[in-house]
Write a protein that binds this ligand. Structure first.
Ligand code: FES
Ligand code: FES
Length: 180
């Protein structure tokens, strides 16, 4: 018997995700990105869509503690994963230290890139603490100084059309220093 489906018909698949501490079981088209599942299905619109092809970092979220561009990852690839978006980091009355530092340093203008910048910045500090070198590290096998050049290099995948880069780097340096 021939398969009556058209090759372009959607194929639905079930995926279980923990998002910001809540378990969700979603039935999604296998072509849906994690970004679209977060925004369109779970209505977590804090995570932004800029370029939709891995160039701007606006869609950065943490998956199992590691930063990824959620526009480049299919939702169905994340069975059992733990996802943290900007909504899961803090609340207006109890900001995450990185959110508070961005506010204090005025690390944004329009704010469109900010959720991705903050998620990325949190992962950057974890990478520095874990001793993961970057392209700016003087010694790829030994200790490196987490200076401004390190922070800027590690944040280079997050574009800010408003050009708030200096203040963003200052905010990240503040949190890095406070936790040193
Ligand atoms: Fe994902 Fe630009 S929207 S990198
Ligand atoms: Fe406007 Fe970064 S604050 S794009």
């Amino acid at each position: 018997m021939t398969d009556p489906r058209h090759p372009l018909d959607p194929v639905l698949m079930r995926v279980s995700l923990e998002v910001n501490g809540d378990l969700h079981v979603l039935e999604v088209d296998t072509r849906v990105t994690l970004l679209d599942a977060l925004r369109e299905t779970l209505h977590l619109t804090g995570t932004k869509k800029g370029c939709d092809h891995g160039q701007c970092g606006a869609c950065t979220v943490l998956v199992n503690g590691v930063r990824i561009n959620s526009c480049l990852s299919l939702a169905v690839m994340h069975e059992g994963d733990t996802v943290t978006t900007i909504e899961g980091l803090g609340s207006p009355g109890a900001l995450h230290p990185m959110q508070a530092a961005f506010l204090h340093r005025d690390g944004f203008q329009c704010g469109y890139c900010t959720p991705g910048q903050i998620c990325s910045a949190i992962a950057v500090l974890d990478e520095i603490r874990a001793g993961v070198p970057s392209h700016a590290s003087g010694d790829l096998t030994g200790a490196f100084t987490p200076d401004t050049a390190e922070i800027k290099e590690r944040m280079s995948g997050n574009i800010c059309r408003c050009g708030a880069y200096s203040n963003i780097a200052d905010a990240i340096a503040d949190v890095l220093e406070a936790k040193a």
